[in-house]
Design a binder for this molecule. Structure first.
Ligand code: NAD
Length: 393
């Protein structure tokens, strides 16, 4: 079984799906590894380092796809809206495709990929169960995004983060507010605290309060009814517009008192809720910064422009996308470790052996035999639910 690692082709992407340190684990599982020359270069991994660990180099992208039984990508076809489709002619029936696919967010692209006959795994669909923690690429990338968001905010702010007692007077610490405390929000709190900011945070899920406090941040108490805010999977439930209106009213003061607001609020399968209106931005001090990590899903701030940094009412609003790509060395290291753990879970004796009784395999397998097979994605496409037999082909 040959694992192929092509270079990532999303514009300005510097990450790579596999790093040299993961090659031995794949070899131990009975796989050979072929890497496109230069694939790891921008993340800090030289071709020679892959060769030292026992991988072979391929001179071209076409060669990687032609030789590979399984293609490892970070941004698969559907997750790369800019150039992902260029790979469609390179996939072939029975070849495994692993990576972020945006299977639910962009099911039409998945359908195109399915039509190539490839066996497609969407790593973002991995169930968040203890057994799958080592494979949880979504958490890895959220961790990097939370860290990077703080650096983006700190660089754009015309103030320093830490308190300083200097001969020229006292510098007061920056006040940072984190809205949405999932994986990226928790990392943003920890990072902002390390740099010396005074941090507060809010999430609709009441369970988060203790986590916020244990990181040394203040939990913003809002008199909102949130008892039903969390679903069984630990995710936020969608609320009605009246709830969000009330939340915006109550959050106004906390937002206006902050130097940097980092928003990460998401509801699975939905557009991100708008939690900061234009009026709330206008009430912030000039020079303040909003980093909207939900920009890719429409944004938590009304004025966010996806992929852009804009200035409104003297406030810098950063809607950067693909934020984990800012730290390609470690983002690649984490992803590589996740995808290797995931793939070696699927492989037995050097062959893909798909056990659909296994939740990890069943939930991540999204297309096989020319068809989209995952019931959730089929529903998103308006297709009839597949007969159970279809998924065990
Ligand atoms: P996410 O990206 O879906 O959302 C980010 C955060 O936004 C969530 O905490 C959510 O509650 C919050 N949010 C939604 N609407 C909001 C609103 N109106 N106002 C304020 N905040 C709002 O979340 P995620 O980072 O993927 O994490 C989701 C859950 O999964 C968490 O409970 C996390 O601890 C859990 N998790 C578990 C594992 C595991 O292995 N068991 C791994 C990773 C994450």
């Amino acid at each position: 079984m040959i694992v192929g690692v092509p270079k990532e082709i999303f514009p300005a992407e510097r990450r790579v799906a596999l790093i040299p340190a993961s090659v031995p684990a794949l070899k131990k599982a009975g796989c050979a590894v072929v890497v496109e020359a230069g694939a790891g270069y921008l993340a800090g991994y030289a071709d020679a380092a892959y060769e030292e660990k026992g991988a072979a180099l391929a001179a071209s992208r076409d060669e990687v796809f032609a030789r590979a039984d399984a293609v490892f990508q970070l941004l698969g076809v559907g997750a790369n809206h800019a150039t992902g489709r260029l790979d469609l002619p390179r996939f072939r029936p029975g070849q495994a495709a692993l990576g972020f696919q945006r299977a639910l967010g962009n099911p039409e692209s998945l359908q195109e990929l399915a039509a190539t006959g490839a066996t497609v795994f969407a790593i973002e669909m991995l169930p968040r169960i203890t057994r799958a923690q080592t494979m949880d690429a979504l958490s890895s990338m959220s961790t990097v995004a939370g860290y990077s968001a703080v650096l983006l905010g700190a660089s754009a702010l015309p103030k320093m983060f830490p308190m300083m007692m200097t001969a020229a007077g006292t510098i007061s610490p920056a006040r940072v507010l984190i809205v949405g405390v999932g994986v990226s929000g928790l990392q943003a709190i920890a990072t902002a605290r390390r740099i010396g900011a005074v941090v507060s945070a809010y999430d609709v899920r009441p369970a988060v309060k203790e986590q916020v406090q244990s990181l040394g941040a203040r939990f913003v108490e809002l008199p909102l009814e949130t008892a039903e805010a969390e679903d069984q999977g630990g995710y936020a439930r969608a609320q009605d517009e009246a709830f969000y209106r009330r939340q915006r009213e109550l959050m106004g003061k906390a937002v206006s008192e902050s130097d940097v607001v980092i928003t990460t609020a998401n509801v699975p399968g939905r557009k991100a809720p708008v939690l900061i209106t234009a009026d709330m931005v206008a009430a912030m001090n000039p020079g303040s910064v909003i980093v909207d990590l939900a920009a890719e899903r429409g944004g938590n701030c009304e004025l966010t422009r996806t992929g852009e940094t804009v200035m409104a009412h003297g406030v810098t609003i950063i809607g950067r996308v693909n934020v984990p790509g800012m730290v390609p060395f470690h983002a690649s290291q984490m992803y590589s470790s996740n995808i290797t753990a995931f793939f070696t879970h699927l492989v037995k004796d050097g062959r893909l052996q798909l056990d659909l009784q296994d939740e990890i395999t069943r939930e991540t397998l999204v297309a096989q035999g020319g068809e989209v097979t995952h019931p959730g994605v089929r529903e998103a496409l308006g297709l009839a639910a597949a007969a159970p037999g279809d998924r065990s082909a």
